[in-house]
Design a protein. Sequence first.
Length: 379
Amino acid sequence: MASRKSLHVALVGMGFGGSFAGIYLKHPAIRALTIVDTDEKALIATGDLFQIPRRTTRLDDVIQSSDIDAVHLVTPIPLHAEQTVRVLESGKHCACTVPAATSIADLKRIVAAQRKSGKCYMMMETSVYTRYFLYAKTLQAEGGCGNIQMLRGAHYQDMENWPPYWMGLPPMWYATHAISPLLAIAGTRAERVHCFGSGVMRDELKSQYNNPFPAETAIYRLDGHPAAMEVTRTLFHTVRQYTEGFCIYGEKKTLEWMMEPEEPLLQTIGDLVPGRRGTGNTMERVTPPDRPDLLPESIQRFTVGGTFDDTNPQLAFKTGGGHHGSHPHLVHEFVSSIVENRKPAIDAVTAADWTAAGICAHESALNEGKEVLIPDFRP
């Protein structure tokens, strides 16, 4: 990848989005960063912390700018689709946090806008760049698991007292953290789904999205792959420590990462012994290695928490390590895809596939588990 500072990026949303600011500032291909937030206090706080002079409270200023090349949206879920389409239609590259959208119609709009514009679109899915997933990806690429027989994923989270747009959100609308690593490992898309809602939702949480379920569990048939995939998602009224986990059940090895903060459990098939039932599997806890080697030297530090600016004691503070080291990998893939004039790893079609799997699952849950076919967004 070219090392010259060629791109001007706008980072929109200084809540979660603020954790990406330092990474962009240190990336070798970034010549300028503009930060955006409607909350002026948040804008000032992040801008002053990172010494970023370019700031605005208006996305329109970014859309209309001829100097900005790319936009990274870290905004509320209901805004994702409309903002993404506007950015692409303005002739700018676009990255967006998950989920890409909350309806099939909006996913189709995003795919169409990307194709028409010819610009890069990337959904910034953290789960496929964590050190845990990168370990699993390497394990499978080296033939470690053998044939995959079954896939399981889960995302448990307590959303009480979060911003209002979260209240009553259908669990599977925001299931990409559990779905994406499984589809990425399988190398395919989900073809159809049966899903059941579970539990009892209190009345005030039902109205915003007409969703009666605090939890949902789906079973998927994959396109051209023999394994089935099971995913469970909870958002409310379910006591469970926060977890984004995935399990790969193979004929040779099985990797389970479902008990955060514990390390993954790797099980390896043993030998058949006459007179003994089963194969006597071995089990061990494994510690997936950090992967700064996949990144430019200037942003390697961000896979773990560390000093942002060790050249200036007045500006030094701790940053990095977000979502198990995934943040700098996401930034680097988005920036690299633009500089190298190629599709990003999580392009518009892939993002639509991963997001639609959850949208269709919720549709199934609302219809007592009736099978729902998942759209194919390929040309």
